[in-house]
Each structure stands twice: as structure tokens, then as C-alpha cells.
Design a protein around this ligand. Structure first.
Ligand code: ADP
Ligand code: ZN
Ligand code: ZN
Length: 721
């Protein structure tokens, strides 16, 4: 037994999937939010102090404070994470540890690196790096413009650290005070009248969500930059959330170029852990004034938050699909509300949820209807392929358009959202199709790599020489992937320089930079690529987009598929055409009369949204109802279904809440496990929350007899059903 006289008893959260805290004995008073090192079983773990107790039934193990000079985690941060844990039905421990950066999840001290700022000395101003050394010249120019943080220098050149040390030693640069005296702005364009009007309409203080509805290229990012400048100038911090796929060097450089003496922290899951932890702590300590992040950026603590921007707010990557299944956009709105600051949600194709909030007046709506550069919107035409022969997926009108474009010396883009050579490999004799041993999915043929690959679990195997069922050596690829279209284009456009862009060819930052450069240097005629190419890129000479195999989105079982398809097509279409060259978009389809394509040709998002909202209302679908899904998976489908059946039977009836029968997931097997789910929905959040509470209380008990093989989870506001 331990009591308070000798020790302080603390309640800590640990990264274990249990819905409870653990008591430890602390050597002295420790504030809520402190990080401590504790023994848990055989391991030493980090715990977060969430409360205190006066006595405990048990003999308590000791907790040691982690001595790294970091203050306790801030209250409003703890409130946010506990809200997220509660709302998304996740145990508080794992939620806290999802929200922390890697270095703070370990019981070791974290000492943030210094991030000094440099400026040129008079001697450094007279000196010039050799003209050939482009990166050095860029670094020198940046230093000439304003003081530059070491972290920002690294964004200019990977070896900037070493260069700065050399220049420091040579007396060309010197260190300046940590806090720049005044905000410096890089070169900025004069706003178009439409932008000026939009900017004037934006609320400046208090919680005020605003939907910035503007077509691709309408200058939304410029509006963000202006509002961020105001926020920084007022001494506040700004947070910008962008979809994962958008956080590319170009975007980062655009922000750094605009705010050359501002410490900018970038947060994304693909950066090195150390860098992510540094950025997080810099934001927390207020050193970083601007935080740009993917969804996990919503958890960085910003003590002087003045503005939140969510770019491409409709993007599905803001929703985490495992563990703490949070929506970063929705948490950002919650945070803005708590902090009483404006939040700007930007999109060319807003989510129907946000659109409806704007219709209902809960969000402001500000529209940018023209391209900032004055370019006309691309003309979108449909190619009806019902009666056209296709050559590896390409119709004659599409091939002719590509050839004309190349002859004019302009770049075209062939878009299809499928990597690999073909999405299936089949036997011409018996109809066998290569399937994944662990998933209910076909294996994708990757010809270049001579492999069959599963795009769901990562399984891969060599391409068989003959059908494993009947021995027939004649195996045929079915359908098209980017590799196949690349090969077809090489054949039908002899001499054209073709470049494929997908996750197989561009897997890291440097690869992007190289591709980008090649396009700018005019070394590419035709780009073939996936969604990866669609977002946040600006290719000035691109004048034609051809979209292939998009009809699938209209047959999908997922009720959101057409919403997603429309936004993807609008986004790729937005790549075509700049000021001097009007663009053209060709969409090959078997369903040219479909309202989606008709709305697309008119660039009519509001019309399409109205149609979809009407449909959703008729069928009681989100945003006209709220949902959560309970998923279970096991080695045997029967177990997954049985536990969900028991759960449905055990739940009480709650007025206005509809609990559907368990169904098999649309992809039954994934990574060797079989999956089922139950959908629960209601028009009202209140009753639905009560049902969720019932469920999280009952599920562990009901799942217990099935042992460790059975896993279950809850997804609140699911994007995928
Ligand atoms: P969005 O974020 O809506 O896609 P951007 O802000 O990226 O739009 O602007 C699209 C293009 O127009 C960019 O190349 C940008 O540099 C340019 N641009 C934006 N605003 C202006 C302006 N006021 N004057 C000139 N060019 C602009
Ligand atoms: Zn066969
Ligand atoms: Zn698989």
C-alpha cells in the first residue's frame, strides 16, 4: 500500500490498448501532462500524467520524470486528444501516443536541436558563389533577402548545413537573434479583383469556418498566403493542413519563398522521425510560427494559434483508417472552435458535408470562380467508346488528339488510376485468374518487374509461365494499368517522349524533383500517371488531359464513389491549360449521358452537389444521417459474423437509431483475415453517441470468448463502408 504522505500517486496513460490509466509513485508533485518513465511488465515505457490520487490499493512501482526540459503537455492539447479518443471510440492511451511525435513516445529525454538564423555579413554580400553552383547561388540569394533559419536552408539544398558551417567559418554569414524583428514577405503577385473580393469577405476573428470554394488554379493558395501573412504579422501562429499526396517540395518552397524569415515546421508521416519530432516541438515552443502538415499536423500544439487552413478539405487522406480513426479536418474545426479562431476550408469540389453546412449557413462560403492567371477553363469533351475499337484502352480520337498535341510541342497527360501493367492476368483456356493468397483481390501484373503484386497486402510472386490449373502457357493480361498505357503510347506515338508517374516510378522526394525538372525543361511529351499527378502541380505547357477507365467509379458499391470520381476528374482537368493555351480534357466513357459526366462538362460542381445531396436525402445517407461502423475480423468469417451477430442482439433499442444486420465486408479477405461489419446510423448525433457507448461497453465482453484471433474496431463517421 502506498499513500500520499511519502510519495505522490500519479495516474498515467500508457500506450497499451486498455481503456484505463495506471497508478505509479512519483518522487514529488508532477503536473498533469508531464512525461514520466515507468516500468510496465518487462518494459520501460513513457507515461503521460493524467491525474493524481491520494491512496492506492497496490504497492506502486516508481515513476521517474523524464528530464529534458520540455514542459508538461499543454492542457488544451490533452483536452483535444481526450476528445478525439472519446469521439472516435479509441482508448485514451493509444490516442495520446498517436498524437505525439515519435521522439516523445519513448522514455528517453528529447533535446531539440538549435535552429539558428543566419544573415550575410558585409563581406558575404560582396562575395558570390560560383555561377555554376545553382544551389549555392539560391542559398546566397535567400540569405541576401532576409535572415534564414538553418531548417529552412535545408529545404533549399540537402547539404545546406555543411555549406552554412563553411560560410560561417569564412565570415560570410553570421548568426542573428532567434526571433526575427519583423515579418519579411517574399515577392507576391497583385491580387486579381476576384481574389481581393474573396479576401475581403473572409472573417478575421473568432470561430468562423469558411468554405473557400474555388476551381483549381483560381488562386486559393494565394488567399491562404495572404491570410497567413496577416496572422503572422499579428504575432500569432498558423496551421495549414494539406492532403498527404500534396505535401511536395514545390508546396513547401512556395510557403518558404513567401515567408523567408519565418520558422516553418513541416509535419508528415514520411519524413524522418527526428525531423518530425523537431518540427512538432518547435511548433509547441512557439519557435515555428507556421506549421504545414498532413493529417497528423492537426495534433501539433500551437500555443498562439491564430488561423487554421485546410486545403482540399474534401480529401479522404484527412481520415486515418486505423487505430485512432480520426478526421483531421473535423478535429481542426473542433480545435478552431475551442481556440476561437477562424478556419478556412478550401476546395474546388468540397465534401458534401461541408457544402451542406455552407448551404445551411453554418459555414461561410466564399467563391473564386475564375482562374487567377486569366486562363480559360479547359473544354471537357466525352469520347463515347461504346462503339469504338480500343487499342490497349486508347480510342482513335484520343490517340489523334495526343499526336496533334505533341506536334504542337505541348505536353499531354494520360490519367488512369491504376498502377502496374494490367489489373488481372488470366488463362485463355480455363478462365483462371491470378488471385492473392491472402486477400480476395486479383493480383496486378507488373511487367517491368516481372511480378504479380497484390495492391492491398504487398504480396508478390513471379509471373507464372503457364496456368497453374490447366497448364496452358497462354496467359493474357486483362485491362490496363499505367505500364500498359505507357507501352501502348510508345507504340502509337513513335518518337514521343513518355514519362510514367506513379508510386512505382516516383517513390521519394528527390525522384519528384527530378521529374518536375524534366517536365519544366521540356523533356517530356506525354505524362502517364495516376492520381499522384493530379494534385498541386503546375505544368505550364500542359494542354491536353485524357482520362481513361473512370466509369468504374459509377458502378462502385461505395455510395461516395461518384463524389470522389467527380473531384478527381475536376482535379486532373484543372491541370490542363494556362493563360496562353486553352486546355482540352477528353474523358473516355461508356456512359456519356451520366449526370456526373454532364455536370463535369459544364464545370458545374454546385449542380452536381445539389443532385447528390438530393439523392442522399432520399436514401437517408450522410450528410443526412450520422454513422459508425463496427468491424470484426478473424481467421474465419463465421467468427467475425458471429461476434457481430451477438453484439447486434445485445444492443438495446434506442429511438431513432438504426442498427443494420452484420454483412460481409465488400473485400472479404484482407491479409489473410476475413472481415464482416455492422453499420449503425441515426439522423441525430445524441442517440447515436448513446448507442456507441453501449457498444464499446459490450463489445470487449462479447468478443472475449473468441480469444485473441478475433479483432474488432469502431469507425466513427466512416468514409469507407
Ligand atoms: P489554387 O490553390 O486555387 O489551385 P493557386 O493559388 O495555386 O490556385 O494559383 C494558381 C496559379 O495562379 C499559380 O501558378 C499561381 O502562382 C497563380 N496566381 C495566383 N494568384 C495570382 C495572382 N494574383 N496573379 C498572378 N498569378 C497568380
Ligand atoms: Zn488455365
Ligand atoms: Zn493481398
Amino acid at each position: 500500500m502506498t499513500d500520499a504522505s511519502s510519495n505522490t500517486i500519479i495516474r498515467v496513460a500508457l500506450d497499451v490498448p486498455l481503456d484505463r490509466t495506471f497508478d505509479y509513485a512519483a518522487p514529488g508533485p508532477l503536473a498533469i501532462g508531464s512525461r514520466v518513465s515507468v516500468g510496465f511488465g518487462p518494459r520501460q515505457m513513457v507515461g503521460i500524467v493524467l491525474g493524481h490520487a491520494t491512496h492506492s490499493e497496490f504497492d506502486l512501482k516508481p515513476a521517474r520524470p523524464i528530464e529534458d526540459m520540455l514542459p508538461p503537455l499543454p492542457d488544451d492539447w490533452l483536452v483535444l486528444v481526450r476528445f478525439a479518443a472519446d469521439y472516435y471510440a479509441c482508448a485514451p492511451g493509444p490516442a495520446l501516443f498517436t498524437a505525439l511525435p515519435p521522439a516523445l513516445r519513448t522514455p528517453r529525454p528529447f533535446i531539440p536541436a538549435r535552429d539558428p538564423q543566419y544573415r550575410l555579413t558585409p563581406a558575404g554580400r560582396d562575395w558570390q558563389p560560383p555561377r555554376r553552383a545553382a544551389r549555392q547561388c539560391e542559398l546566397h540569394a535567400a540569405l541576401a533577402a532576409s535572415p534564414l533559419a538553418r531548417s529552412s536552408a535545408r529545404a533549399i539544398a540537402a547539404d545546406a548545413g555543411r555549406r552554412l558551417d563553411d560560410w560561417l567559418a569564412a565570415g560570410w554569414i553570421e548568426e542573428v537573434d532567434d526571433q526575427p524583428a519583423a515579418l519579411t514577405l517574399g515577392p507576391l503577385p497583385a491580387l486579381t479583383p476576384a481574389q481581393q473580393q474573396a479576401l475581403d469577405q473572409l472573417p478575421r476573428d473568432g470561430f468562423s469556418p469558411t468554405l473557400l470554394f474555388g476551381i483549381t488554379g483560381s488562386g486559393k493558395t494565394e488567399i491562404y498566403l495572404r491570410r497567413i501573412a496577416e496572422t503572422l504579422a499579428a504575432g500569432r501562429q498558423a496551421r495549414v493542413l494539406v492532403p498527404g499526396i500534396n505535401l511536395k517540395p514545390q508546396l513547401e518552397s512556395r510557403f518558404r519563398a513567401r515567408f523567408p524569415n519565418t520558422v516553418i515546421a513541416c509535419l508528415n508521416s514520411s519524413q524522418p522521425e527526428r525531423a518530425r519530432s523537431e518540427a512538432w516541438v518547435a511548433a509547441w515552443q512557439g519557435r515555428a510560427r507556421l506549421v504545414i502538415g498532413t493529417r497528423l499536423g492537426v495534433f501539433a500544439p500551437l500555443p498562439e494559434l491564430g488561423l487554421i487552413v485546410v486545403d482540399e478539405e474534401h480529401d479522404a487522406s484527412f481520415k486515418q483508417q486505423d487505430g485512432l480513426r480520426y478526421s483531421a479536418r473535423d478535429l481542426a474545426i473542433w480545435r478552431a472552435h475551442r481556440a476561437g479562431v477562424p478556419i478556412l476550408l478550401g476546395s474546388a469540389t468540397p465534401s458534401l458535408e461541408s457544402w451542406r453546412h455552407a448551404d445551411a449557413g453554418r459555414y461561410g462560403r466564399v467563391e473564386l470562380a475564375e482562374r487567377a492567371t486569366g486562363a480559360a477553363l479547359p473544354a471537357i469533351h466525352l469520347i463515347d467508346i461504346r462503339r469504338l475499337p480500343l487499342d490497349d484502352g486508347l480510342s482513335v480520337p484520343a490517340i489523334e488528339a495526343l499526336a496533334r498535341c505533341r506536334d504542337k510541342g505541348e505536353v499531354s497527360l494520360v490519367y488512369l488510376n491504376r498502377r502496374g501493367y494490367s489489373p488481372a492476368l488470366s488463362c485463355t483456356d480455363c478462365g483462371w485468374i491470378a488471385g492473392c493468397p491472402s486477400c480476395s483481390a486479383k493480383l496486378v501484373l507488373h511487367l517491368r518487374e516481372r511480378q504479380l503484386r497484390c495492391h492491398h497486402c504487398g504480396h508478390h510472386q513471379p509471373v507464372p509461365h503457364a496456368c497453374p490449373d490447366c497448364g496452358n502457357p497462354d496467359l493474357k493480361p486483362l485491362g490496363q494499368g499505367t505500364q500498359r498505357v505507357e507501352a501502348a503510347l510508345t507504340r502509337v506515338l513513335p518518337g514521343a517522349r513518355i514519362r510514367r508517374i506513379d508510386r512505382d516510378t516516383v517513390s521519394h522526394r528527390d525522384a519528384w524533383a527530378e521529374v518536375y525538372q524534366a517536365i519544366h525543361d521540356g523533356e517530356v511529351d506525354v505524362l502517364v500517371g495516376t492520381q499522384m499527378l493530379a494534385k498541386g502541380h503546375d505544368f505550364p505547357t500542359l494542354s491536353l488531359v485524357v482520362a481513361l477507365n473512370t466509369d468504374g467509379g459509377l458502378y462502385s458499391a461505395d455510395f461516395r464513389a461518384s463524389e470522389t470520381l467527380f473531384s478527381q476528374l475536376m482535379q486532373v482537368a484543372g491541370r490542363a491549360g494556362r493563360a496562353e493555351r486553352p486546355g482540352t480534357v477528353l474523358v473516355q466513357t461508356q456512359l456519356p449521358e451520366h449526370p456526373l459526366y454532364q455536370a463535369l462538362c459544364r464545370h458545374d460542381y454546385p449542380g452536381f452537389a445539389a443532385t447528390l445531396l438530393d439523392e442522399r436525402k432520399q436514401t437517408d445517407m450522410p450528410p443526412y444521417c450520422h454513422q459508425f461502423v463496427v468491424r470484426a475480423d478473424s481467421e474465419k468469417l463465421a467468427d467475425a459474423r458471429a461476434v457481430l451477430g451477438a453484439l447486434v442482439a445485445a444492443l438495446p433499442a434506442i429511438d431513432g437509431v438504426c442498427v443494420y444486420d452484420p454483412i460481409t465486408a465488400s473485400m472479404v479477405r484482407l491479409e489473410g483475415r476475413e472481415r464482416a461489419q455492422v453499420l449503425v446510423q441515426s439522423a441525430q448525433r445524441g442517440p447515436l453517441r448513446r448507442m456507441l457507448a453501449e457498444l464499446t461497453a459490450q463489445a470487449p465482453v462479447l468478443a472475449k470468448p473468441y480469444g485473441r484471433h478475433l479483432r474488432w474496431s469502431v469507425d466513427v463517421d466512416p468514409l469507407e463502408l
